[in-house]
Design a protein around this ligand. Structure first.
Ligand SMILES: CC(C)(COP(=O)(O)OP(=O)(O)OC[C@H]1O[C@@H](n2cnc3c(N)ncnc32)[C@H](O)[C@@H]1OP(=O)(O)O)[C@@H](O)C(=O)NCCC(=O)NCCS
Length: 186
């Protein structure tokens, strides 16, 4: 699947293990995201590749979403991290990557998205709210990981954001076989 930003084509695709180092570099470049070990990113690019997506422009990884289906509730896609390089921000790329994940066969039974967001991350909150608004989905926040109880006072609290229910969807195919995000929830 390809999009165009300022004339540059951006390809959305699942990561490969060989992308682990690039993913590591992008995440480290996108505060306030937690910096994971490279090993963690390699696992995301192997075990979790089917529920993760990279955005590639001119051979460079400029965006990524890592996620997984909750082991006990596979109808929920948990979004682990979202990162968009500043050269590609503010153009809807994060929302488009979310839609790309939901279009995949592995997410056919997904009814909800979940993630955690800090109260101070305005860009992240605006992005998820924009995604929910675009597709007419409800969303709510609730307390989750607390600064003192869970982070030993060393990290801002993380609220749980739950988006859904996501209605059963048709799967319109374009001539190239790619599904366009706007057609997701017909
Ligand atoms: C959050 C992030 C992924 C958004 O990526 P993006 O591709 O620019 O997102 P989108 O273009 O799809 O949506 C951005 C929305 O946030 C808004 N926004 C962007 N920066 C903002 C800011 N600093 N404050 C408030 N709103 C902001 C945009 O106006 C847009 O809102 P709209 O849909 O109402 O127009 C990107 O800014 C990023 O990588 N930030 C650093 C890492 C991070 O915080 N990740 C999220 C943690 S879960």
């Amino acid at each position: 699947m390809c999009s165009k930003y300022s004339g540059e084509a951006i390809e959305l695709r699942p990561p490969h293990p060989e992308d682990g180092a690039e993913l590591h570099r992008l995440v480290n470049h996108c505060p306030p995201l937690d910096e994971n070990s490279l090993y963690c990113n390699l696992l995301q690019c192997t075990h979790f590749r089917h529920t993760s997506v990279l955005a590639v422009m001119n051979g460079e990884v400029v965006g990524a979403i890592t996620g997984y289906l909750l082991p006990a509730h596979p109808g929920t896609l948990f979004i682990w991290q979202v990162a968009v390089h500043e050269v590609a921000r503010g153009k809807g790329l994060a929302r488009q990557m979310l839609a790309n994940l939901l279009e995949r066969d592995i997410c056919a039974e997904v009814t909800h998205l979940e993630t955690t967001v800090t109260p101070s991350n305005d860009a992240s909150r605006a992005m998820f709210a924009g995604f929910a608004r675009e597709f007419g989905l409800s969303f709510e926040y609730q307390d989750y990981f607390q600064r003192d109880t869970h982070f030993n006072g060393q990290h801002e609290a993380e609220e749980l954001l739950r988006i859904g229910p996501i209605p059963a969807r048709t799967r319109p195919q374009s001539s190239t076989g790619a599904v366009r995000p706007k057609e997701l929830f017909a």
